[in-house]
Design a protein around this ligand. Structure first.
Ligand code: NAI
Length: 336
């Protein structure tokens, strides 16, 4: 039976990078049936909905989606499709592993960090209003339920995967109630995992500590906004935004996507590095239990980076998105 997967190509560089990932996933030999839907501005033109109901129904049916980035207008316009999808399917855990591929010039070799970002609340609740002209209020929502759930996710992942340390990242010195609650929940959960070292760092200090010495961290768990910002910072350790995958995980559904956005500056030019979405597809295969197929892609990607023949422009090469995908498929066919 083929796997039924919802495909959301997205916009900007989304269609280019997801096309590359789909070709590579299919080259593993597994069979897939893709149910493809637009979202965001393009979907609105066609369906008069930013998230068509057909897309929602598809994810409810398949439980798994591979997604490209979707543009969110800045300072006005419609709300983020990404945030809406995460809320709709209660994809509470945003799992973002940060690790190097061979031969990418970076300041730090062998980085191996995991960012666990709470995905459904904080300032991303979208509760903003104008109090009086010239004064706006944006509400940061932190709940015991969501904070406990994300801390449990981080500790359970640590236990299952032999990871040693979990840091809760916060700003409870200033946001005493909201981040204070987040920390209390993390501390409570930590008590049930005595084999995992628990520590707390304030978010601004964390940025400095990461840049000075990323090896001091193992798993970092945090609320939504800090997770968004710190993920981009950590992407710089491993070659940039073209390299970091993510899994948005809930009880019933999962959406896999790159950490990066729609990169309008390079969209439609066959310049984007598809590695981040390919690595997101690897996470999807792991989620489906297809470890052999995942390993095939991992080995092929490593070979392409080791030989350095077909690299994309962001890492000093001249290959296009599709050529890069060709070379990963070729490496897979050679069984490396
Ligand atoms: P961005 O991640 O799209 O781009 C930042 C910089 O990184 C740009 O210079 C871009 O060219 C480069 N870059 C990103 N991905 C790359 C890749 N795969 N290969 C080579 N270079 C790459 O961030 P930006 O410009 O802040 O956001 C653009 C749009 O994307 C916004 O509308 C934002 O809301 C949206 N966005 C969507 C996300 C999603 O759908 N999950 C996540 C982040 C942003």
């Amino acid at each position: 039976m083929p796997y039924k997967i919802t495909l959301i190509p997205g916009d900007g560089i989304g269609p280019e990078v997801t096309r590359a990932a789909v070709r590579i996933v299919e080259a593993t030999g597994l069979k897939f049936e893709w149910e493809s839907f637009q979202a965001g501005a393009e979907a609105y033109e066609k369906y008069h909905e930013y998230i068509p109901k057909e897309l929602i129904e598809s994810v409810e049916r398949t439980h798994v989606a591979l997604k490209g980035p979707v543009t969110t207008p800045v300072g006005g316009g419609f709300s983020s499709i990404n945030v809406a999808l995460r809320k709709k399917f209660d994809l509470f855990a945003n799992f973002r592993p940060i690790s190097n591929l061979p031969h990418i010039p970076t300041r730090y070799p062998d980085v191996d960090l995991i960012i666990v970002r709470e995905n459904t609340e904080s300032l991303y609740s979208g509760l903003e209003h104008e109090v009086v002209p010239g004064v706006v209020e944006s509400l940061k929502i932190i709940t015991e339920k969501a904070s406990t759930r994300i801390a449990k996710f981080a500790f359970e992942y640590a236990r299952k995967n032999g990871r040693k340390k979990v840091h809760a990242i916060h700003k409870a010195n200033i946001m005493k109630l909201s981040d204070g609650l987040f920390l209390r929940c993390a501390r409570n959960v930590a008590k049930d995992f005595p084999e995992v070292t628990y520590a707390e760092h304030i978010v601004d200090n964390t940025c400095m500590q990461l840049v000075m010495n990323p090896y001091q961290y193992d798993i970092l768990v945090m609320e939504n906004l800090y997770g968004d910002i710190i993920s981009d910072l950590c992407a710089a350790f491993v070659g940039g935004l073209g390299f970091v995958p993510s899994a948005n995980l809930g009880e019933h559904c999962a959406i896999f996507e790159a950490v990066h956005g729609s990169a309008p500056d390079i969209a439609g030019k066959n310049l984007a590095n598809p590695t981040a979405v390919i690595r997101s597809a690897q996470l999807m295969l792991r989620h489906l239990g297809e470890l052999e197929a995942e390993a095939k892609i991992k080995n092929a990607l490593e070979r392409v980076y080791r030989t350095k023949e077909k690299l994309t422009r962001d890492v000093g090469g001249s290959a296009g998105t599709s050529e890069f995908a060709d070379s990963v498929i070729e490496a897979m066919e050679q069984g490396t």
